[in-house]
Design a protein around this ligand. Sequence first.
Ligand code: GLA
Length: 767
Amino acid sequence: MSTWSSANIKRRNGNGSYTIKPVWVWGPRYSGLLWMALICMAFPQFVRAQSHDASIRFDKDAQVFRIDAADTSYVIGINEKKQVQTLYWGKRLCADDIFAAPHSDPGSSSFDSSTNTTQQEFVAWGGGLYVEPDLKVTFPDGNRDLVLHYVSYTIKGSQLSILLKDISRDVYVELQYKVDAVTGILRRSAQVQNRTSGQLTIEQISAATWNLPRGMDYRLRYLTGRWAAEWNLHEQVIQPGKTILESRRGSTGDQNNPWFAIDWNGSNDQDSGDVWFGDLGWSGSWQISIEQDQMQQVRVTGGPNSFDFGYRLIPGEHLQTPYFYAGYSHEGIGGASRLLHRFEISSILPHAPNPKLRPVLYNSWEATEFKVDEADQEALAEKAASIGVERFVVDDGWFGQRANDHAGLGDWYVNPVKFPQGLKPLIDKVHSLGMDFGLWVEPEMVNPDSDLYREHPDWVLNFTGRPRSEGRNQLMLNLARPDVRAFVFGFLDKLLSDNDIAFLKWDYNRNWSEPGWPAVAPDEQKRVYIDYVRNLYSILDELREKHPGIEIESCSGGGSRVDLGIMRYTDEMWPSDNTDAFDRLQIQDGFSYAYAPGVMMAWVTDSPTWVNQRTLSLEYRFLSAMQGSLGIGANLNHWKPEDFRTAKKMVAEYKQIRETVQRGSLYRLISPQNGSEQSVTESVSVDQRHAIAFVFLHSSQKLYPFPRIFLRGLKPEVMYRAAALSGRLVDGQPAIESGAYWMQHGFDAELRGDFKAAAFTLEALQN
Ligand code: GLA
């Protein structure tokens, strides 16, 4: 929709004064900014170099903070009511653009007051607020009104903090911003400080509100799922009202993932157009509200879930929220994903900015389930080593009286029948085969049929005298309790100290029920939602500190605990228990919208698959898994000699391309979603010298040829040699052409039949 809109151009004059020129422009939606971009182009002297630098500046006269990094600018100011107001979030502005002092919105009527219609960065419930609040508190005297005003700020390098205070009570909130120079992604959080002489209870708290440019016709993308069917991408037009993405389950959940992306409705290109995206770094119950108000303003507010929540702050105490990360890309949803992937690699992962490449692992879960013992695992380890596997992982079943999922969780001693001399002989064997050793644990759970539960029935989440609902025959330990935290850290520390273990697969196979904590006072119990997750993070942190070589996978019956909070402490993620290589194309595609292929574990398992009884060739299964971090989960005892030959070749080839896949830029060229008959992804190395395209045909139809593949991300002027990693080059297609040719003319693949797959590499011939 086109409208008249104004863009205030304020220029610094030679004598130090400013000239403000309102420019009226006619154009679509956010046209003021489009015109400003044109003005930047017309007057290049105002354009600052678009490099990897970050700056935070404060214009004292106008009371405006400007954050610039990578290709993004974020501008906020203190208005005449001392509210912190969002002024701009989008493509980087000209360096000399100066913002005028902000003014609150006048409000539209007595029904929609200024406090509701002004785009505020963080607003408490008080003074007649109806939009989603960032903070809601109750004081013991019954007062529930809180109105926050600006007090002061500090800027330290890439961090800005803004202090707010209630108009009469000594309740302070510090808004914290950190900008990433590489991607322009902002990390926001808030700290509520009780400096009063009495207690207060926080009933709702968000990390941040992100305000989008005023406009209509936005589209929201988000991810939903369930066990064995995670990472479904959804799109919906944002309408007046609210969409809530959330988990009330105590952990992240796969029903919604705490990721969102918003762009203009109707834009279809993966690689161009404005996209605002965000990801909440929290592994407990969470909530993100996407709200379009009566004035067509869209705001995204996120933090711990306010449902069943209460957090008492005594005098002098504070509550620090999780981090809410958000960024902007003008390169479409594909560009938004690539920024997030880069950010995860350079800023989030435990070894950021240089996380180790994921080793090729073997895991016998699908092959042997709980029937693990020394001899069988050693036999599998020999076979795994013969195809080039680098890490051998023993899954569930090695501990306690764990014959199936009815018993044993909580009893973390090595089962003496299965491993009579402990784990050492197996670990030594694995090492002698040139692999490192990994082990499955599920530290937060207990089976009622366990010594631990018989000894400590009070250690689980429960309400006194009420039933304790089981999930997979297990109960949740209350990790918020100091004694439970000490137990969990203690057994893991001992396990890692007594054994040479390089890797833990940390599982979590149910959600919360009856979240009571009878050991503390009733008005303290609801803080379990925060304290539990804090203790989880602190255990992971302390373990890593004490055992610096350890690597950890976050698994939750599949992809039910994948978020930027847990990713700060874990090296890789298990996206789904669904390992059907065809289903995985969609699952992995959805996962990739928010999370990097380098953390996405993908196993080659048996065919027909247990999921769909679908038969797929070994090569197809490998190529599907090679789009992420490769693992093998098949029963090697059933393999024929030719399977070992194929696997050895594919594993060797994966090692050649894994740096490009795990660290490079991902381009989704043909989507596997919505009944598509093909799918193609391409990974391009950071230096743009290598690329790999994975090509899948689901089912040939009516003699239609495979569509031409337009590669992306290459250097147009550089010559690249194409080669088939799997499949073959089409007859007559040149092998050496420029990046421009492969991207503009495109690349032909000839696949026919059902469930066919191929992969092609491109190597630059010069720098
Ligand atoms: C969960 C995991 C599986 C496997 C089993 C073991 O379902 O997602 O990969 O480890 O637990 O019980």
